[in-house]
Ligand binder design. Sequence first.
Ligand code: DAH
Length: 336
Amino acid sequence: MRQDLEAVKTKLLAYIVSSNEPSGVFKSQDFRGLYSDMKSMAGDDKIAYGKSVNKIKAELQEAILVKENTLLNIPLSPIDITAPWQDNGSRPELLDSEFGSQHPLTKELEKVIGIFTRMGFEAIESRQIDDDYHMFEALNFPKNHPARDDYDTFRTEEGFIPPAHTSTMQHRILVEEKPKLETDGYIASISYGRVFRNEDVDVTHDHTFYQCEGVFVSKEASLSQMLGTLRNFFEVYYGQSLKIRTQPGYFPFTEPSLEFMIERPAVLGGKPGDWLEMLGCGMIHPNVLAMAGIDPKVYRGFAWGGGIERLVMLKYGIEDLRHFESGKMAFLRKFA
Ligand code: DAH
């Protein structure tokens, strides 16, 4: 005989509240009855009934936890025991949830994404675990190519790779967005996220950092379009006009490859001639386009990639890259 679920639930909750062994509720006749009723049902009825029973079970489990905590006399206070504190030898200074704030990198990354999406780029987050194909092969690094060593790549025992750059997303973007070449005439995407390198940590290097990568493909894509796009980005991000310069670089996935530099603005403590390398870029190598099924005789592309921390450090005069991952309250509060 089907039961009135609400009435049964109320009874079971009352049992939990009054019992010294609240989890015993699952052995009770009333609780078991819910399942034996289900056996005699079929089709949609059974599915709907099963869902309701599962919901009741979840509510009971929560009530059991609360009751068990009161039995153990553990106060249910809203203190977050995982909150970081300052290492100043005193008592932990817990983070009051009212004063919590976004991490400076999250805040700045959102600004970066905002600038590019307003220019018409789609934005996708990069993966945090990847494979050799996307890290190297699809980017025109042949097997055993010495340039692979430049990327200080971590590997899991199973052979997976926590990506050392966001360029791992290039092949995916090209394959997925290829139909847009027919419909819109271009692909314009950025990819952003965490990357990892097995290198010694110092004021300008960390094992974990953030990058943002851009990919643009069309029949007329050119270096001058790329330089215009990048200059525009940096000028909006720093809120002032900037001098830019490039010098030759080398990446297997671009030809030609360039290093893109800006002159450190006077308001950020720069003197004329104080050039800072901000990112790597170039025209996408024909092999990279071909591997994604895009005909390099018809289409060209440009791409770039660079670190987010460097952008933010320059903007705010942060002298040590390691602050970002330190969890130090004094540092984080400056950006709250
Ligand atoms: N992936 C390179 C790095 O991490 C940066 C880069 C250079 C990205 C050139 C690009 C590019 O997309 O075209 O050092």
